[in-house]
Design a protein around this ligand. Structure first.
Ligand SMILES: CC(=O)CC(=O)SCCNC(=O)CCNC(=O)[C@H](O)C(C)(C)COP(=O)(O)OP(=O)(O)OC[C@H]1O[C@@H](n2cnc3c(N)ncnc32)[C@H](O)[C@@H]1OP(=O)(O)O
Ligand SMILES: NC(=O)C1=CN([C@@H]2O[C@H](COP(=O)(O)OP(=O)(O)OC[C@H]3O[C@@H](n4cnc5c(N)ncnc54)[C@H](O)[C@@H]3O)[C@@H](O)[C@H]2O)C=CC1
Length: 309
């Protein structure tokens, strides 16, 4: 059953905003992003089901969520350990896991997809879920670089499909990009904006253009740094130090690449390079290709541009 609320938007005089109240959330993909989104949604009172392809990944994700929440509790409830324990218990009770997306979407208000950055895989997932999810359920993708319109085209709910692009690490980064396609209804868009607010995030509205706002600016910068290193114009360590101390960035481009995941970086690059074969900004990077071919995806595998073991 769908729940709707009406309220008057501040600053928009009398324009009534109608949105679906999101209580039950299915998050597909229990990797770094999916687990982070699940953590934030569960700790803000949402009933979350986290879905992945196997139990081991899900168990690892839940363990990570619990560990991160303990860190939060230690700081936030330093003087009130009992309230902290209650917060932790409640948040953890809000998380369940499943390897069968089809069965859990039947009771969900929102599906947030955070699986591998591959158009076909995302389309197959949403195409299947479209047939099983209730009519009111909103679908959203956390894609970094793919077109939301293309992903949504595998479904018959174009009006109830949008983008919710979170940033890594989700519990810490305060932004969510909310993306509307030309078919996304106002109600869906407002529901996604409201959900982001309920998570305690600040949202910005984006059009369905490659990389939305942040990645359209961030990826070319990172790639320029990789090319600078490939040309031998600077060591990766020096480039990282330069951007941290010279610009006040929390991480240099190589540290950030390892943090995002070099596999994900390559998926993004390959997509953009296929769509813009003549644009040197998206030309293949030998170094990136080699590291990915060797399974060195960055922090999550223990090695990327740097070693973490
Ligand atoms: C690819 C895409 O599509 C889009 C993207 O996401 S692009 C990537 C965007 N992300 C970034 O640019 C991240 C840049 N890096 C940073 O902001 C920081 O280095 C960082 C927040 C990751 C770590 O910060 P740090 O100061 O070096 O480390 P640390 O002291 O451990 O952490 C800072 C705080 O974050 C918390 N934290 C760090 N990682 C966390 C995690 N995974 N989960 C929960 N909390 C975390 C810590 O507990 C700490 O909290 P307090 O300040 O309350 O003590
Ligand atoms: N890493 C980052 O910094 C960011 C990534 N993103 C996007 O979020 C998505 C996920 O990225 P990460 O979490 O970094 O990847 P990840 O590799 O950490 O996790 C992906 C998870 O999806 C699971 N998966 C793959 N196919 C599946 C399927 N069909 N059904 C269920 N689960 C499936 C995998 O088993 C894996 O656990 C990608 O689209 C990525 O572009 C968005 C913002 C930031």
């Amino acid at each position: 059953m769908a729940f709707f609320t009406h309220h008057i938007c501040r600053g928009l005089s009398s324009s009534a905003v109608r949105h679906v109240v999101i209580k039950n959330v299915t998050i597909i993909g229990g990797g770094q992003m999916g687990a982070g989104i699940a953590q934030v949604a569960a700790s803000t009172g949402h009933a979350v089901t986290l879905v992945d392809t196997n139990e081991d990944i899900l168990k690892k994700a839940v363990k990570g969520i619990e560990g991160n929440l303990k860190r939060v509790v230690k700081k936030k409830f330093a003087d009130k350990p009992e309230a902290g324990e209650e917060f932790l218990q409640k948040a953890m009770q809000n998380v369940s896991i499943s390897t069968d997306a089809g069965s859990v979407v039947q009771g969900t208000d929102l599906v947030v997809e955070a699986i591998v950055e591959n158009l076909k895989v995302k389309q197959d997932l949403f195409g299947g879920l479209d047939k099983l999810a209730p009519a009111h359920t909103i679908f959203a993708s956390n894609t970094s670089s793919l077109s939301i319109t293309d992903i949504a085209s595998s479904t018959n709910r174009l009006d109830r499909f949008g983008g919710l692009h979170f940033f890594n690490p989700v519990p810490v980064m305060r932004l969510v990009e909310v993306i509307a396609t030309s078919s996304t209804s106002q109600e869906t868009f407002d529901s996604l904006l409201n959900f982001s607010k309920m998570l305690g995030k600040t949202s910005v509205s984006c059009k369905d253009t490659p990389g939305f706002i942040v990645n359209r600016l961030l990826l070319p910068y990172i790639l320029d740094a990789v090319r600078m290193y490939e040309r031998g114009d600077g060591s990766k360590e020096d480039i990282d130090i330069a951007m941290k101390l010279g610009c006040g960035y929390p991480m240099g481009p190589f540290e950030l690449s390892d943090y995002v995941g070099l596999d994900t970086m390559k998926f993004i690059m390959d997509g953009w390079s296929a769509a813009n074969p003549d644009n040197p900004m998206f030309a293949q990077s030998e170094v990136l290709n080699k590291l990915v071919a060797e399974g060195k995806f960055g922090k999550k595998t223990g090695e990327g541009f740097y070693k973490y073991k």
